[in-house]
Structure formats: C-alpha cells, structure tokens
Ligand binder design. Structure first.
Ligand code: B3K
Ligand code: ZN
Length: 868
C-alpha cells in the first residue's frame, strides 16, 4: 500500500470565503485547440474577510497568460497546479477592486468531460461540482454567488449557435469569419451553474405563459437530424413548469429556458441556470427508437432539472457536504411530479414501488458497504464520488418523511418559509430542517439524525394478541448501525387488517429504542400492515407467517404493502431454494386474472426481487446459488401459469397507435412480461412468436422486449434478430447503446459461451468508443454492475476484466472509471472463492501509481482494514 495519504475535506472545517465576487465578465474565444478565456472579476471582501489575506483562486489544467489589478499589470502572485494566489491586494482587499486574468484551455484534449470540452465538433461545459476551475481561475465554491455577463466568440460557419446562461443581449459579426454573442444572467449564481454551448445545433421552441401571465420562450437544442425526437421532452418541460406553479407556487423566473442535448456526457443532465445540458439519452425519443422506460426517464429527468431552478439554483448549497439539500429535495419533487403524471391512485402506487425497488437494490447495498455515508457526508476526498444513491434517493426519502410527519399542507408551509428566508442564498440542510420545524411549530431536533448517521436502520416488530381481552399489542425496536448512534425519528404508517375491515390507518412515530402500542376492542387476531407505502427507509424484521403474507398479497388496501407481501414470500422461498407452493401460485393466478388491478401493478407483483436485493439478505453471498434459485423459482411461475400468461399476452395487445402514457405503457409491460415467461416455459413454441413481435412491432418497447426475450433465453433465433436490429438502427447511437447493453447483460445460458467472451468482442467492435460514456456504460458497466451471474465467476475472470477496465478508463475519464470501481465495493460480503478473487483485483487497481483521486478514494475505502 502507498503511504501518501490523499487529501480529505471535512464538513466541520467549513469557513466562509475571504472574498467574493460582484460582477463577473467573461470573454471566451472558442477554439478546440486553444480557447482564450479573459475574465474581469469585481472582487469584494467576503463574509470571512481577514485583513491582509491573499486572494486564492482555483485553477486546474490551465495555461496562465496574464494578471492585472485595477487596470495595472500585477506581479505578486504564485501559481501551483491547483491555485493562483494573489498577494498585495489594493487597500488590503478591504474595498472592491478589479482583477483581470487571461488564460488558455484546450477543449479538444479534455476527455474527462469536466470544464469545457468538445463533443461531435460542438462545445459544451460541465461545471458541477468543480469544473469551472478548468475554464478560468476563480473562487470555485458554491457560496460565492455572482452576476455574469458572458461574451462568446467563435468562427461562424463552424459554430453558428452561441449559448450561455440568461438572456441574449447582443450579437455581432467580427472580422475573419468570426462572430460573437453576449449573454447576461440577471440572477446571481455560483460558478457550478455556469454553462456555454457552441456549434451546429438547431432548436424547437414554444412560447408559454406562466400563471402570472408572463411570457416565456422554451427551446430544445439538438443536432439537426434529431429535431423530430424532441416532442416528448418539450411536453415534459411544459408539464413540469405548470406542476411546480400548482404544487409549490413556484414560477419560472427567466424569460428564456433552454435545454441542449449532448452525446458525450458523464451523467444524466445538468441544471445550469436557464441552460440545462442533457445527455441525449434523456431528451431524444420517438416511439420507434425509445422504450416506455426511456419516455418515463425523460419525463422525470426534464422535471428534475427544471425543479432545480428553485431547489438548487435560487436557493443553493453553502458547501458540497450539503449536496442532498438540493438533490434529495429535487428527487422528491420529481418523484411526486411523475406520480401525479401517472393519472390515478394505483398509478401513484406503481411509481412508489418502482422508486423503492431502486432504493433497496442500489442504496441499501451502498449503505452497508465501504462507501456508506450519511445523506450529508462528513468527509470526502473527491466530491464527484458523492453524487450517490444515498445523497439522491435516500435524501429524497428523508424529505418524504417530513411530508409524512407534517402532512402535505404542513410540508408546503415549510417550503414556503424556506424560500422566504433563503431566496438568493447558499444554505445548509439545517436551514431546511429549521424552516420545516418553524413553519409547523414542531420540534424536529431528533429528526436531524437522519442527516448525520449512515446505515439503514433496522426496526423489529413483535406482536401479541389477547383473544380474551380483545387486545392487540405491538412492540417496535430500532437497532442502529453503531453503538454510539442515536435513535432515529421514524414515521411508520400502519393499519390492522381485520375481517370486518373496521380499523383506520395510523401514523406511529418511533422515537425511542423501543416502544409499544396497544389497540383495544379488536375482535379477531388482525394482520398487521406496517411501514405502509414504505413510509420510512428501513429494514423491517418482522416474522410474519406465510398465511398472513398471503392475506396481504390478496387484500391489503395499501398497494405498496400488497406488493411487498409478495416480494417477501418470493424472497424467503428463493433464499431457501424452494419453488413457489400451490398457495402462492394460486395467489399469483388470482392477481393476474383480477380485472380490478392495473396491468402495471400486476407486472411489478410478478417481477421477482433483484439479485442485488437478495444478496442483502445473506450473511455470505453465493452469487451462483442465488442465481440458480431465482431462476428455478421464475421458471415455476412461468410454467405453472402458462395459460394465464398466454391469455394476458393476447389481452394486452393494442390496436391503438403508440402512446407513452402510463396506462398504455403498463399494458405493454405486462404483455412483454408474459412473453418473457412464455419463452421460459415453452421456448420452442414461443420463440417464433417473439420473432414475429420483433419484426412487426411499431414501437421500440415491443421490438426490444421481443429481442431481449430471445437473447436472454438463449434462443437460436436471437442472432438473426440482433443482426437485423444493428442494421436497422446503425445510425442511432442511443439505440445502438441498447444493442450493446442487451448483449453485455445477458445472464449465463446453459450451453452458450460465457457472456464475458461476448463482452470482449463487443469491446473490439467498430462502433465501440472508450471515450463515450454512454457506450462504455452499455458494455462495461452493464456487464460488471448489471449482470451479477455472469460477472461473478468462480475463476475470477469477471474481476480481472473489471480491474483492467477501471485502469484503462481512469486515464480517459476518472468519473466514469470511478463509477465502475464501485463494482467491487461489497467484496467482503461474498463467499469464497469470490471474496479472495475480488480482493486480488482491488489490489491490482490500488497498486497503480497514477490513479485519479476519484478511483483512489473508492478502492482505498474498499480495502480499508482489509484483513477484517
Ligand atoms: N446536479 C447534476 C449532477 C452533477 C454531477 C457532477 N458530478 C445533475 C442533477 O442532479 O440534476
Ligand atoms: Zn439533481
């Protein structure tokens, strides 16, 4: 192990800035090989001003050219690879002064996709969290909020469109074929929200009026050949704008709101003020090329970024430890928006189930592994590693708990007070909690622990029923991750299910280590439905009998718990290596044939717990054993219910033209689950049917589902369809990503070659690109992180591939590499020989002398106290 300890940043070491900026003027002459950035900064003493302190600006991978202060060349400065420190400030920096800096960056060499870079010949930026320092020297921290005026210059034929934040205030033709545009953003913002875009792009636009009657221009900018794929994103944006007015009274504050799509992007999208930049994956859709899941994701990501305009941009984070202040809150808002878009109560429940599935599959393992952190972390080495499912998804659960405790109206009061107090400020999670508490006159001091304590709390349930006294009692106890942890404030919705159906829903607030509640006048032993709608993000230890779970599966009025009962039954049986018994098969049959239930709910109820979630129930994971048990269980459901599946496959067909709405998507989802089950039960009969669906589908959902069914079930008919698919969509990068991902995520098929061989061939394919994150994720991440049974091989071949891929990617794009590096986080949790083989792979990565801070943090935390 190396001895040089990486630098860590600590939440409690926050200090307000010595200096801040008033007006910021940027003049950027765009050239892929040599972009010249001139800045003119009005510097003012900051909240933490100390007389005589130098001005320390951050700058990374920049070529410094010159520095002037108040118009004069200034020579008292020092440069390091990370900073420009300016001494001898006028008047000791007590009054405002002007700093002018010229520097140069090289966008075409920038493969990290942070700062200013080139994608398909156009310029884009990504500044969150600390990318602005790769454009110019700056106080690159979120608590320095300034007003920007930006002049962009570029050659007009190559870069006809020049965009930045705010409003366009002028354009000009310049000599030698250059032109310029000036943009002014009226709202002060931190540097992480700065953006520019330049290139050959076209837009669709719409004018709308907000509730106060203000006129707004909405634009979506894409490459010209993608223009016809923007309708859904535009509809989603308009729906989001109206929803935020209605639900939270928040109006769009800018005259112009732009979304730009880019094919090379590290994540989903970015909420730059007035100029959101999106991964093409979350903008472009038409029925022939995008699945129902793509349509739903676009709707929620467009909403998420739009909602940041208030929760993130108008009120931002004081420092990056507070990230969940904007991310958890904005995820909660986009979840609520998407739930409302579902159009029915049962639709809302389906959305809730999907969100919880994701949380348990991804966040629960994170919280049990070496990167576990509270939603407000206390320490980090590389902030980019903390854009996690904990900060986002668990953060959203914490925000949801406020709403559960305070009610929808109480929550709204808290939001109103939050904006009243903090509009235009950079604040903390504590400020949010205080607004919620003060607006509702509630003491939420114990609720604070959700921000400071990591780990998923476990709540155990004991129940007793006294038939003579007609008395029912429950005792709840919370056990905590660490001995020094404090009890959480846990809101648990519950209801006693009785034959007379005479009990109301309650909200229990578990605040102590252990608490009991007694219910009187209960005529028969009830069935307890607790943590309804997943009111708290916890593990529940509750040994409910299979008979009670079957009752809940057939009749709990809380759709989440109805689904959950089925998941528990399936989980227990899979972990014990059992197949479903007659009672469970009959319960499934009743669900599938119940005309009252939504197709989308039926699909979820018959979808088994993910392998990642099953792993979390084991002390020591044997991935092949879990895979086989799960497959056998699924095969039994497929065969025993083949008549119902075949009937559903017919009933769920639709003659209507494609529409991505939730009801139509739900029908397609159930139809395609039926097809997949039928391929499992009777492959020889159903493979030709799948080929037929593949060939005749008028939409990507059906075409892809048929293809996936053939590939996953190892049908001989798959390869011709795969070849056809590639030829049909060769020009559409997002569809080709699906083609790659499908093959990389194929689970092991008896008799077929290991998926790893296929993945290695795909990596050599002409269309594979190591510097395009979407393509890399569709091959490498899909295999290492989304295909557990193929990845975890007892010969360690998957892990060798992982190590080699992490190292190759790290020299190109540390963020993409670091995400992949998380793939072995849970090595300690596995049985032998997997555990030792993972350790070897981790050690191989950590031994590399040139690791990025991103990957180094992840692998060294995975290996910390390695012998334990
Ligand atoms: N705020 C961005 C994420 C930035 C990630 C930087 N590594 C997208 C979002 O959450 O909306
Ligand atoms: Zn966000």
């Amino acid at each position: 192990m190396k001895t040089d300890l990486p630098q860590s940043f600590h939440r409690l070491e926050y200090r307000p800035p010595n200096y801040t900026f008033g007006q910021v003027e940027l003049d950027i002459a765009l050239d892929p090989a040599r972009t010249i950035v001139k800045s003119r900064l009005e510097v003012l003493p900051g909240q933490g001003y100390e007389a005589g302190a130098p001005l320390v600006l951050q700058g990374h991978e920049l070529e410094f050219v010159s520095l002037r202060i108040n118009g004069e060349a200034h020579r008292q400065f020092e440069l390091t690879p990370e900073t420009l420190t300016i001494h001898a400030l006028p008047n000791d920096g007590k009054q405002s002064f002007i700093v002018e800096i010229i520097c140069i960056c090289v966008p075409e060499k920038n493969t990290s996709l942070m700062g200013l870079y080139v994608s398909n010949g156009n310029f884009f930026t990504q500044c969150e969290a600390e990318g602005f320092r790769k454009i110019t020297y700056f106080l690159d921290r979120p608590d320095v909020m300034a007003r920007y005026r930006v002049t962009l210059r570029a050659r007009e034929t190559e870069y006809p469109v020049l965009l930045s934040n705010g409003n366009l205030v002028g354009t000009e033709k310049l000599p030698n074929g250059w032109h310029s545009a000036i943009w002014e953003d009226p709202f002060p913002k931190p540097s992480y929200l700065f953006a520019l875009v330049a290139g050959k792009l076209e837009c669709v636009e719409e004018i709308i009026y907000t509730s106060s009657g203000a006129k707004k221009l909405l634009q979506i900018w894409v490459e010209p050949h993608d223009l016809q794929k923007t309708r859904h994103a535009m509809d989603s944006l308009i729906a989001s704008i109206h929803w935020d007015e209605k639900r939270f009274g928040l109006e769009l504050d800018l005259e112009r709101f732009m979304i730009v799509a880019v094919g090379d992007f590290n994540m989903g999208a970015m909420e730059n003020k007035g100029l959101n930049i999106f991964n093409t994956k979350y903008v472009l859709a038409q029925p022939e090329t995008a699945t129902d899941a793509d349509f739903a994701n676009i709707e929620s990501v467009v909403a998420h970024e739009y909602f940041h305009n208030w929760t993130g941009n108008r009120v931002t984070c004081r420092d990056w430890f507070q990230l969940s202040l904007k991310e958890g809150l904005t995820v909660f808002r986009d979840q609520e928006f998407s739930a409302d878009q579902m159009g029915s109560e049962s639709g809302r429940a389906v959305k809730r189930i999907e969100d919880v599935r994701l949380l348990r599959q991804l966040q629960f393992p994170e919280d049990a592994g070496p990167m576990s952190h509270p939603i407000r972390p206390d320490e980090y080495q590389e902030i980019n590693n903390f854009y996690t499912v904990t900060v986002y998804e668990k953060g959203a659960e914490v925000v949801r708990m406020y709403q559960t405790l305070l009610g929808v109206e109480g929550f709204r009061k808290g939001m109103d007070l939050y904006f009243k107090r903090h509009d235009g400020q950079a604040v903390t999670c504590d400020d949010f909690l205080s607004a919620m508490a003060d607006a509702n006159g509630r003491d939420l001091s114990q609720f604070k622990h959700w921000y400071s304590q990591a780990g998923t709390p476990r709540v155990s349930v004991k129940e007793s029923y006294d038939a003579a006294k007609k008395e029912y009692q429950i005792t709840l106890a919370q056990s905590l991750a660490k001995p020094e942890s404090k009890p959480f404030h846990i809101p648990l919705k519950m209801r006693l299910l009785t034959p007379a159906d005479d009990q109301a829903e309650f909200l229990l607030e578990l605040t102590q280590d252990q608490q009991s509640w007694t219910f009187n006048n209960i005529q028969h032993r009830p069935v307890l439905s607790i943590n309804r709608n997943f009111s708290a993000p916890i593990h529940l230890s509750f040994e409910q009998s299979e008979a009670d779970l079957l009752i809940m599966l057939s009749s709990d009025d809380d759709a989440f718990n109805r689904w959950e009962a089925g998941q528990k039954l399936a989980m227990q049986m899979i972990l014990e290596g059992r197949v479903p018994d007659t009672a469970l098969i009959e319960a499934y049959r009743n669900l599938l044939t119940n005309p009252e239930l939504d197709p989308a709910f039926k699909e979820l109820a018959l979808t088994l717990p993910a392998e990642a979630y099953l792993y979390e129930q084991c002390v020591s994971v044997d991935p092949q054993k879990i895979y086989s048990a799960r497959r056998a269980f699924r095969h039994a459901i497929a065969s025993e219910l083949r008549i119902e599946w075949a009937a559903l496959y017919q009933q769920m067909q639709s003659a209507e033209p494609f529409s991505p709405d939730a009801a139509s998507a739900g029908k397609r989802g159930l139809k395609n689950l039926a097809l997949s089950m039928l391929l499992d039960a009777d492959p020889l009969i159903w493979a030709p049917m799948a080929v037929n669906q593949y060939q005749n589908a008028d939409n990507m959902t059906d075409r892809y589902a048929a293809l996936a069914g053939l590939v996953i079930h190892g049908s001989k008919l798959a390869s011709a369809c795969l070849e056809d698919f590639y030829q049909r969509f060769a020009d559409d990068a997002l569809v080709i990503d699906k083609w790659f991902a499908l093959q990389s995520s194929r689970p092991p098929v008896p008799g077929a070659e290991p998926t790893l061989q296929e993945v290695k061939r795909l990596r050599e394919h002409d269309a594979f690109r190591l510097n395009n994150p979407n393509r890399v994720r569709s091959v490498i991440h899909a295999f290492c992180m989304n295909n557990p049974a193929s990845f975890h091989q007892a010969d360690g071949s998957g892990y060798e591939f992982w190590a080699e891929s992490v190292l190759t990617l790290d020299s190109i794009n540390p963020q993409v590499a670091s995400r992949l590096a998380r793939g072995l986080d849970r090595w300690r949790h596995f049985a032998q020989p997997y555990r030792d083989l993972m350790l070897v792979a981790l050690k191989q990565v950590v031994a590399c002398q040139t690791l990025s801070a991103d990957v180094k943090e992840v692998v060294s935390k995975a290996l910390a106290n390695e012998s334990q």
